[in-house]
Design a protein around this ligand. Structure first.
Ligand code: SF4
Length: 327
């Protein structure tokens, strides 16, 4: 753990390694500026101060078994986390992951709409993704990765995807808006007029609704939006990018609660203060009472409603008054 009590995760990035196909939006070397690391160099690193080693990027379980084993054998006592996709994991691999101390699987679901999956060239259907979750969920902690704004996607499909995942037992999510990067098939689709990215306002609005649904079902969102390194910004061609996407989503969600539920007063621990002031919320017409963070106090009230109750009411209201959408 570091001084703030957070687990120290050592990230090792394996861009596009093990992927059997190329999804239309993906070129991880362009998106991250990372290249495949040398295994011998990784083996020489001292990981003694690390709580967990994470293999991000690519399809870890699509690597050949020898490479997979060699990577998992690095500091074998340290728990591992891997990223993969739902159609690249079989019984033999599951056994290997368990044997080699893999505890968390970051599963690239992206969508549970077959049309979206097909247009994005994901190579599997929703049913297969749900079966994989069923298979893995008792053995590993699963973090579901979702994308919004993929080809053929709509807000309703995004909300339905979240609902299906919650129903399947998933409680931890990462959500990203689709961005158009250079040297991807999506770039060609965009330039040929076959793909229109979401605008930033719609992307933020949709993700705020997804977060509300997740959090009112005891779920959590561990990351929102992409980090695009400064060195790679020149390759970002289009799409709803914001360097503080997650903070804007959070402020938008708070604003929706206050406005939709006609909240008169908010009471909150100091740690939540940015939620009520940042990204346009300073002008909200609501009485604010701030409670000093003493003994890790955790106060978050909208009039007399708890945060969870507010989210539930907000979701009900949005379900009753869905925005008109052409599918
Ligand atoms: S999105 Fe994931 S599975 Fe698809 S090409 Fe990129 S790394 Fe591979």
């Amino acid at each position: 753990m570091n001084r703030r009590g957070k687990r120290k995760i050592y990230p090792i990035f394996l861009p596009n390694a093990g992927c059997k196909t190329r999804c239309v939006f993906c070129n991880q070397i362009i998106m991250t500026g990372e290249t495949i690391p040398n295994i011998a160099e990784l083996e020489s690193i001292d990981f003694s101060n690390v709580d967990e080693i994470a293999f991000y990027g690519g399809t870890f379980t699509g690597l050949n078994k020898d490479a997979m084993k060699r990577l998992l054998m690095i500091s074998p006592d340290i728990p591992k986390r891997i990223s993969t996709r739902p159609d690249s994991i079989d019984e033999e691999t599951i056994a290997l992951l368990k044997d080699w101390n893999v505890q968390v699987i970051e599963l690239g679901i992206e969508s549970l709409d077959d049309g979206v999956l097909e247009c994005s060239k994901r190579g599997y259907k929703a049913e297969e993704a749900l079966k994989t979750i069923e298979h893995l969920k008792d053995e590993f902690e699963i973090i579901a990765h979702l994308m919004i704004g993929l080809p053929n996607d709509t807000r309703q499909k995004d909300i339905r995807t979240v609902q299906l995942l919650l129903d399947s037992g998933i409680r931890v999510f990462r959500i990203h808006p689709t961005l158009v990067f250079k040297n991807t098939e999506l770039e060609d689709m965009y330039r040929d007029g076959l793909y229109t990215p979401l605008n930033l306002v719609d992307a933020i609005d949709t993700v705020a609704e997804m977060v509300a649904l997740i959090e009112c079902n005891n779920g959590q969102v561990t990351r929102l939006g992409y980090h695009v390194p400064q060195s790679q910004m020149e390759y970002l061609i289009a799409g709803p990018y914001h360097d503080a996407f997650g903070d804007v989503v959070r402020s938008t969600l708070i604003r929706k609660i206050i406005e939709e539920l006609h909240i008169k007063k908010v009471t909150y621990s100091t740690k939540y203060k940015p939620w009520f002031y940042a990204h346009g919320n300073a002008g909200l017409l609501v009485e604010r009472q701030e409670i000093e963070d003493v003994d890790n106090s955790d106060v978050l009230l909208f009039d007399e409603l708890s945060y969870a109750q507010s989210l539930e009411l907000l979701i009900n209201r949005l379900e009753r008054n869905p925005r008109i959408e052409v599918i």
